[in-house]
Design a protein around this ligand. Structure first.
Ligand code: SAH
Length: 651
């Protein structure tokens, strides 16, 4: 089964010309969905030898150079297993600009290096390179400047949040960043989560304001005297940067503007578009900051509105007259009230949409939502030659609409060392926009993090908050990895998050959930003492925080009686010291005092400690919350430092 974390790079094409390259790419196809292209000559040459033909492939008839020209537009990412020089020559005539070019990555035929060749930022090649390198155990080669400065690429800054990139001298800005000059960033809208990913001593001078239109005048005056070498606006405002001499500037537009539209039946899409464009121009607002269109429900099938939404790829939010008429608006109309049963459509719909969106994302709001989000009152448009009439009003939500479906990866990171974590889990962590976990585990997977990724570590007791935060971010459209030690579905976060999702009426689809298994403590501990789990076994946690002690005792009794090899999780904490004593007592009723017991602490971590002892003597050894205990069954025996449970092969 392929790894879903690569879906963001689809469609992906693979290109190789030699048997070694084709085999390497073929093995990549097991985890990455894509089209592997081989030449007709290659297919003919090796058709006798099935081992040299990939499992799935497409054939091209022409020279590779011509073939590439044909398929260039069809792929977001192209993965070559070919000499870098050859790839450079092949793609050179096809490259247009950074915004359109696909991600180009090159793997050497031995699979030792993965090179981010082109489309590093906007094409996503840097991230794809890192993830492919993790997948095949190669060294990623990323040469972009912001990567080495540990700064997020300024040209992809808003991508996780669905912001749209506006006008700007992006290349010049990136040159200033590469020179490590200070860049002023003025954020007036959208999530500032990205700021938490910046390294200490970074070159951005940040100022935040959640101000609406009124607050902007002062700010610009101050910053025009600035000593900065570049300026980035994160704003709903459309600034004309062409006239400003001096430092390079750029603007990102978070999608927070809800455009309320009222119109007569049969109003053309041209008139609606014109009304939007003129209103935005009049108030210096960026059309790229539009989150969606809002109107009254009886207009849900109004062709002009539907077409505008389709052409601009915007959601349409509709409200019943009953709802709209309760909204207090600045410009009510008695005539409209008579016609559709509410004194306002455009203003009331814009306000309702902005408020509804914020209330759906209330957990992400840092302060109380604004009660009146309207920023542009009703504007009326009519045109002689065009049928119909349009009203437009604009409201601003606090939280941006990302236009993306969120993903929740529930990831088990194994016992502690990086080589005990599955490749799929690694790519899930590296590929996520946000990683959430208990601080100790976050530290353990540090090397998997990438520049610009948001990492949120929370104290051990805050599991519920961690789950809720992850769900809130995923509901907004982000890809969020929640990490647990061991397996995330064994006393981990997976069950909790799924329960919380169900409480939130999750439909099972959105956000998309994927569970990535990990090596649980019992397997990790077992591996360090041999093979104690070779026969029927069970796991029992002695933590009575969430499970009544009576229930735990009953299970200990049943496990002891049933002669299960038993792994004990959470055996003893500073406050909870009696449970392990009781557990030993119960097992001694059913098993011999010399039954082997393994006490394994911090397995696969730097301070790992392993003891093989007996049931009778187990309490003489240190046991704490970082320990897993394995109690053998009646046939388990020890051999030096090893512990073996016979399956019965030799009897
Ligand atoms: N999801 C985890 C279990 C979390 S409960 C898993 O599948 O492994 C926490 C308990 O797991 C600890 O109290 C300890 O008993 C056990 N544990 C977790 N990591 C461990 C490690 N590296 N070494 C030994 N025991 C460990």
């Amino acid at each position: 089964m392929t790894n879903p974390t690569f879906s963001q790079f689809q469609p992906i094409g693979f290109m190789g010309t030699t048997p070694q390259a084709v085999q390497l790419l073929d093995s990549l196809q097991n985890s990455i969905d894509g089209n592997l292209w081989i030449s007709k000559n290659y297919a003919q040459r090796y058709h006798q030898d099935q081992t040299l033909l990939p499992e799935k492939f497409n054939i091209y008839n022409s020279a590779l150079k011509e073939h590439l020209a044909v398929i260039w537009q069809n792929y977001n990412s192209l993965i070559f297993c070919l000499a870098t020089g050859a790839v450079v020559r092949l793609i050179a005539p096809l490259l247009k600009d950074k915004a359109d070019d696909p991600a180009i990555i090159v793997i050497d035929p031995e699979g030792r290096f993965v090179i981010s060749l082109c489309g590093g930022h906007q094409g996503g090649a840097d991230l794809l390179t890192k993830m492919v390198a993790l997948q095949i155990g190669a060294t990623p080669i990323i040469t972009g400047a912001s990567n080495s400065l540990s700064l997020p690429g300024i040209d992809i800054l808003g991508r996780p949040y669905g912001w749209r990139k506006g006008q700007g001298s992006w290349t010049k800005l990136m040159m200033e960043i590469a020179r490590q000059n200070t860049i002023e960033v003025i954020q007036e809208a959208g999530s500032n989560l990205w700021q938490s990913s910046l390294p200490k001593g970074h070159i951005f001078s940040l100022s935040n304001s959640n101000g609406r239109l009124g607050n902007w005048g002062d700010r610009e005056e101050i910053s025009s005297e600035s000593v900065y070498q570049g300026k980035i606006w994160i704003s709903v405002k459309q600034r004309d940067l062409s006239g400003e001499p001096g430092i390079p500037q750029g603007q990102w537009h978070p999608r927070v503007l809800w455009v309320g539209i009222g119109c007569e039946r049969g109003t053309s899409k041209q008139l609606i578009n014109q009304a939007i464009t003129e209103t935005f121009a009049k108030y210096n607002l960026a059309e790229k900051a539009i989150a969606g269109i809002a109107t009254i429900d009886i207009k849900a099938d109004e062709i002009g509105i539907v077409e505008v939404c389709r052409d601009r790829d915007l959601p349409l939010q509709t409200f019943a007259a009953q709802t709209l008429k309760q909204v207090v608006v600045p410009t009510p109309s008695a005539i409209v009230n008579q016609e559709v049963g509410t004194p306002s459509v455009a203003e009331a719909a814009a306000i309702s949409a902005a408020l509804l969106f914020d209330s759906q994302n209330i957990k992400l709001l840092e302060q109380e939502p604004k009660t009146n989000p309207l920023i542009v009152k009703k504007q009326i448009f009519k045109q002689e030659q065009q049928p119909g009439a349009v009203t437009v009003a604009i409201a601003q939500s606090e939280i941006e609409y990302t236009g993306k479906l969120g993903k929740l990866y529930l990831v088990g990171i194994g016992p502690g060392s990086l080589d005990q974590i599955t490749t799929a889990a690694k790519t899930a962590i590296t590929g996520a926009d946000v990683v959430i976990g208990y601080s100790l585990y976050v530290d353990l997977v540090q090397p998997l993090f990438r520049v610009g990724q948001v990492i949120e570590s929370l104290p051990i007791t805050q599991e519920k908050q961690r789950g809720e935060r992850a769900i809130a971010l995923a509901n907004q459209g982000l890809t969020v990895a929640v990490i647990s030690s061991g397996d995330c579905g064994i006393y981990g976060m997976a069950g909790l998050v799924l329960e919380q999702l169900k409480l939130n009426n999750w439909d099972g689809q959105t956000p998309q959930v994927r569970v990535f298994p990990g090596i649980s403590a019992l397997q990790a501990a077992a591996s360090r003492v041999g093979a104690p789990l070779m026969h029927d076994f069970c796991a029992i946690s002695l933590s009575d925080l969430l499970t009544p002690w009576k229930v735990i005792m009953k299970r200990l009794e049943a496990a002891a009686m049933g002669d299960f090899v038993t792994s004990i999780y959470n055996p003893r904490s500073q406050k909870r010291v009696q449970q392990i004593v009781k557990a030993q007592e119960i097992f001694l009723q059913y098993r011999e005092p010399d039954t082997p017991v393994a006490i394994v602490r911090s397995v696969y971590r730097d301070d790992e400690q392993i003891t093989v002892t007996s049931l009778e003597k187990m309490l003489e050894h240190p046991i704490d919350m970082l320990t897993t205990i394995i109690i053998g069954n009646s046939n388990t025996y020890s051999h030096g430092d090893w512990m073996i449970t016979p399956r019965g092969y030799l009897q």
